[in-house]
Design a protein around this ligand. Structure first.
Ligand SMILES: CC[C@H](C(=O)O)C(=O)SCCNC(=O)CCNC(=O)[C@H](O)C(C)(C)COP(=O)(O)OP(=O)(O)OC[C@H]1O[C@@H](n2cnc3c(N)ncnc32)[C@H](O)[C@@H]1OP(=O)(O)O
Ligand SMILES: [Co+2]
Length: 134
């Protein structure tokens, strides 16, 4: 079912400071900040030779990363995103296996303009999993 590792996401309390760390300290290629209001985050992608790191900042008053940052005030690894060939088929298989798909269960358009879903961290080794349509 799961294919390529699309990105590892880090939620951060200060996105500008996080950009400076990756761009200047780690000398990495960092994208522009892209607000994702329907997801309640600002996103930045650090482009690596074999995958990406997604830096997430709070956007708005109802951000899904707000409580995570309360628990992890320095920031922390927030989720891991795998690519799947057919996101609805993957969803249906996961539901049939008893996994919890977050939200309505309908894929939403994510940061790469492709459908994404999230799976409950308690079902996947304490790790929030994002699936992105390849
Ligand atoms: C533009 C899209 C972009 C992309 O396409 O790449 C994105 O990635 S957007 C990323 C932001 N959006 C989301 O994260 C949506 C899915 N997330 C959620 O629905 C929530 O964050 C949820 C339900 C995973 C957790 O919400 P919340 O923290 O408010 O719930 P609880 O405090 O009740 O947590 C329940 C339980 O889960 C543990 N938890 C929460 N978040 C994480 C996490 N990121 N990794 C691991 N574990 C997590 C939390 O500690 C609670 O555990 P407990 O033992 O009960 O304390
Ligand atoms: Co993501």
């Amino acid at each position: 079912m799961i294919g390529r590792l699309n990105h590892v996401a880090i939620a951060v309390p200060d996105l500008d400071a996080a950009i400076a760390i990756y761009r200047d300290t780690l000398d990495a290629e960092v994208s522009e900040v892209v607000p994702q209001p329907e997801h309640g985050v600002n996103t930045v992608f650090v482009v690596l030779p074999n995958t990406k790191v997604e830096l997430l900042g709070v956007l708005g008053t109802d951000s899904p990363i707000a409580k995570f940052l309360e628990r992890n005030p320095e920031g922390g690894i927030h989720h891991i995103c795998y690519e799947v060939e057919d996101i609805r088929a993957a969803r249906d298989r996961l539901l049939a296996a008893g996994a919890r798909v977050l939200g309505s269960g309908e894929p939403r358009i994510g940061a790469h303009g492709k459908p994404v879903l999230f799976l409950h961290p308690k079902d996947f080794l304490g790790t929030l999993v994002e699936l992105e349509q390849a």
